[in-house]
Unconditional design. Structure first.
Length: 478
């Protein structure tokens, strides 16, 4: 067998490219509402045109029959005229008695010899149709009906101009098409209104998702949605469930890691402390103290990671009435040493107010704010915890931070320029911000406070309803 030349290789994906529909470029979203509106209006206009054409054809046929019947009726009436009505021929004087008016139908009446006996005043003097036999036919610019009497003594010709008949037909078609031009904008408005009402049924699901807090992964309620949207919402709920599982796994890993680190870290810190006490050589003692400081920093970071895992699990999403004064007293007791030294003070302005939140999560937030103020305010700084209305704030008279740095302080692992030499993890204010968002509160940072110094952080809440169900006034303006 002779060898055959190999066929040229087909370019991969060539057939796919021929039939592939190119989507719109990214960043140019298309409107489903607009597309449906255009398609419905095009369909409505097409249906109207087809219906108008079909109606026009039927109307043309029916109008022809009506006009032809009118011509035949007129011819029959002319043949029935008595001879006395035809004794005098029409003269110009007699025709002038009728006055000027427009005639759409003209007629002529002849005797057996072809003598004109009677004609309408706008009918020509010559015969409309040279033929004398019965029939309806076109003769020049006329549509002529010729009718011969049964005895053959008379024949009548009744005619209508072709232009007038066409004018009647086109006028009828024009009215139908004109109504389309008039009603199409009205139909466009009605279609747009109906579509917007239909699309409004999607808004509850969108509002449900838009109003949620960051960590709220509950399934979307599908009972109020139309049947066409149910598969989409089921898919969204399945996606939320998968995201929730992933987030739970990540939080569990962070919490377990931080928890498992605490035991070996505590043992390592105890050994480092013993090493510091047992070592007398200055260089070795300094190295042991550095090891203890690093272990303290690592333990602090593990504690922050554990708190972060708790906060990101949505612990602050729970709601219960919380007394801000009681919260401040409980947290301040953890800093009893600083209270005794006078560095930490607690002040209450006005009457205490209940707010909605989770006391454990708010305790974590306040503890971080106080710890942050004590560390970054300096050894000589005075820290004040102030409860006023629906706000609790922590202020220090330390060096503060530049105002431009305030927005970045609530980001994870971000620290201000003044905190570079202070031990910390950069998670404190990020934790407070997350708790504030979950609690429906606002974290307001301010620096400097006075004379170019000081730093303040305030949690501002909405008041919880009183037992009678009346809401208290909102948070004070910072």
């Amino acid at each position: 067998m002779s060898a055959e030349a190999p066929l040229p290789a087909r370019e991969p994906g060539l057939r796919l490219r021929r039939h592939r529909r190119h989507p719109k470029p990214a960043g140019q979203p298309w409107s489903l509402l607009g597309q449906l509106r255009r398609q419905l209006l095009i369909l409505l206009a097409a249906v109207w045109l087809v219906a108008s054409l079909a109606t026009g054809l039927g109307l043309w046929h029916e109008t022809d029959e009506v006009l032809d019947g009118a011509l035949a009726e007129t011819a029959q009436r002319l043949l029935m005229l008595p001879p006395a009505a035809l004794t005098e021929s029409d003269t110009a004087e007699r025709l002038a008695m009728l006055g000027a008016h427009e005639e759409f139908v003209v007629y002529q009446l002849f005797d057996a010899r072809g003598t004109l006996l009677l004609r309408s005043h706008q009918a020509p003097a010559r015969r409309l149709d040279p033929r004398n036999d019965n029939g309806l036919r076109r003769a020049g610019d006329w549509w002529v009906l010729t009718l011969v009497a049964p005895d053959g003594q008379r024949h009548a010709q009744v005619a209508e101009t072709v232009a007038h008949r066409h004018e009647v037909m086109w006028a009828s078609m024009g009215w139908m098409l004109g109504m389309l031009a008039v009603l199409l904008p009205v139909a466009a408005w009605l279609v747009d209104w109906l579509l917007r009402r239909a699309f409004a049924t999607l808004e509850p699901a969108r509002h449900d998702l838009a109003a949620r807090l960051t960590h709220d992964l509950r399934p979307v309620q599908t009972g109020h949605a139309p049947a066409e949207l149910q598969p989409w919402l089921d898919t969204v709920n399945a996606l939320l469930a998968r995201v929730g599982d992933l987030v739970d796994s990540e939080r569990a890993f962070a919490a377990n890691t931080a928890h498992e680190l605490r035991t070996p870290l505590a043992a390592a810190m105890a050994q480092a402390e013993r090493l510091v006490q047992a070592t007398q050589e200055p260089a070795a003692r300094e190295a042991a103290q550095a090891l203890r400081r690093q272990l303290d920093r690592l333990a602090h970071l593990a504690t922050r990671l554990l708190q972060l895992a708790r906060v990101e699990s949505g612990v602050a999403l729970q709601r219960e009435p919380v007394d801000l004064v009681q919260l401040a007293v409980l947290v301040a007791d953890d800093f009893s040493k600083d209270q005794r030294s006078g560095r930490l003070q607690l002040r209450v302005v006005g009457q205490p107010t209940l707010v909605h939140g989770d006391i454990d999560a708010l305790g974590i937030a306040l503890r971080n704010l106080i710890d942050n103020a004590l560390k970054h305010g300096g050894d000589a700084a005075q820290v004040t915890v102030r409860v006023q209305g629906q706000a609790i704030s922590v202020e220090d008279d330390g060096p503060g931070v530049p105002a431009d740095d305030l927005p970045g302080l609530v980001q994870k692992f971000q620290r201000g320029e003044g905190g570079r030499g202070v031990a910390g993890s950069g998670l404190g204010l990020a934790l407070v911000q997350a708790i504030a968002q979950q609690s429906g509160a606002r974290l307001v940072l301010q620096s400097p406070l006075a004379d170019g110094h000081g730093f303040g952080a305030s949690l501002q809440f909405e008041a919880a309803p009183d037992p009678a169900g009346n809401p208290k006034p909102g948070p004070p303006t910072p």
